[in-house]
Design a protein around this ligand. Structure first.
Ligand code: TPP
Ligand code: MG
Length: 403
């Protein structure tokens, strides 16, 4: 007996062909990666995304370079501060500056960002004082900044948890718009890594986002490594390919090309804000440094691989482009260096001046209201802390020791 066949597509099924040339569904190989500036700093033509880059004025292009350069300088200072014992840990961003500045600069003020723990470049684009990031990494705060001031959420160390939060937030934005409680369309960006893409939370997030047409952009920085696990263990296909299975456009972009990242993120944000649902962006990039300052990548990855990616440095290619096109001169690059040094000096002195909130506050903010168990634990801790009072005051392990 024959079984009635359902049509493969229906009115509720997203027609991915609509986004052909943008989503590039189906098999995605290296040639399907969006690139507007090649590793030699030459413009690459692209009918779909080229116009976004063509619309940028020289000042904006110089701004992209400055942002990337000062973040790199900041990152080096933070790494040094950790080595000097002033931060408990640091998570280097070197190599991923284009992915972060390109996407961050595509955001509008009303958009909202859910970062991982490595989005220092995006933090800069949201107007954070980067010294605030140190409150977490110096172990004196569980947060460090008020997300409502910049629409940049707190760092999340539980891999992929923020993708769920982002979708929930995006669904909230949509509900407020639908109910007439908000007038300005906004989008949400959920950052996550290649390793995190294997977490169930990402799957659930994508199902919810497509089912409820949430205005969210999933921005995966595929930096080739999840600590010591290579990307080849996470997926047999480019991550952007997975988008089709959920029913949303997927775009693979050269994550070391700030122009391409900026263009595809603009497109995705417009798509989301227009009520057309989520988009997955996979930015192909590389973590040039260690996973964290507690990691030694020479133990698990070949130096030739690092060297190959250094040749694709996101800063170098934009510098070459700006110089070749006559858009920036030596004086500009000298000024950027001075700006980076000034930022480094600022965050260093701010870091050294940061003192703890006190453990009383830690206990007081566990719940909104007093709780007998917390009160009991606070009393125990006060007694424990008092037991150190006769200890050698020069013993630096007495307080602030956070692993
Ligand atoms: C749920 C959870 N599992 C494991 C870890 C430990 N962990 C921290 S970072 C990391 C690798 C993450 O790799 P990726 O998502 O590619 O991000 P990247 O660090 O490369 O930016 C792991 C396994 C964690 N923080 N949370
Ligand atoms: Mg990774």
């Amino acid at each position: 007996m024959g079984v009635a066949r359902q049509p493969a597509t229906g009115p509720d099924i997203v027609d991915l062909a609509d986004t052909a040339g943008v989503a590039r569904p189906g098999s995605i190989g290296p040639t399907d990666m969006v690139q507007l500036l090649d590793a030699q700093g030459r413009r690459v033509s692209d009918d779909a995304f080229g116009p976004y880059a063509d619309a940028l004025d020289p000042q904006t292009l110089r701004g992209f370079y400055k942002d990337m350069a000062v973040v790199r300088r900041f990152d080096a200072e933070a790494t040094a501060l950790q080595r000097q014992g002033e931060l408990a840990l640091w998570v280097p961003v070197i190599g991923q500056e284009a992915a972060q500045i390109g996407s961050g600069r595509a955001l509008a003020a009303a958009d909202y960002v859910f970062p991982t723990y490595r989005e220092h470049g995006v933090a800069l684009t949201r107007g954070l004082d980067l010294a605030d990031l140190f409150k977490l990494f110096r172990g004196i705060s569980n947060g460090g900044w008020d997300p409502r001031e910049t629409n940049f959420h707190l760092y999340t160390l539980v891999l992929a948890a923020q993708t769920l939060h982002a979708v929930g937030y995006a669904m909230g934005i949509k509900r407020e718009l639908d109910a007439g409680l908000a007038t300005e369309p906004a989008a949400v960006v959920a950052y996550f890594g290649d390793g995190s893409s294997s977490e169930g939370d990402v799957h659930e997030s994508m199902v919810f986002a497509t089912s409820f047409n949430a205005p969210v952009v999933f921005f995966c920085q595929n930096n080739e490594w999840a600590i010591s696990v290579p990307f080849s263990v996470q997926s047999k296909v480019p991550l952007a390919n997975r988008a089709a299975g959920y029913g949303m456009p997927g775009i693979r972009v050269d994550g070391n090309d700030v122009l391409a990242v900026h263009a595809v993120t603009q497109w995705a944000l417009e798509h989301a804000r227009a009520g057309k649902g989520p988009v997955l962006i996979e930015a192909a990039t590389y973590r040039l440094g260690a996973h964290t300052t507690a990691d030694d990548p020479t133990k698990y990855r070949p130096s030739a691989e690092e060297a190959a990616w250094r040749a694709r440095d996101p800063l170098l290619r934009l510098e070459t482009y700006l110089r070749t096109e006559g858009l920036a001169d030596d004086a500009f690059f000298r000024q950027v260096k001075d700006d980076g040094d000034a930022l480094a000096a600022h965050v260093r002195s701010a870091a050294l001046a940061l003192t703890g909130e006190g453990f009383e506050r830690r206990f007081a903010t566990v719940y909104a209201e007093a709780h007998p168990l917390v009160a009991e634990e606070a009393a125990w801790f006060a007694q424990y802390a008092a037991s150190f009072e006769d200890a050698d005051p020069s013993d630096s392990t007495r307080e602030g020791g956070v692993a």
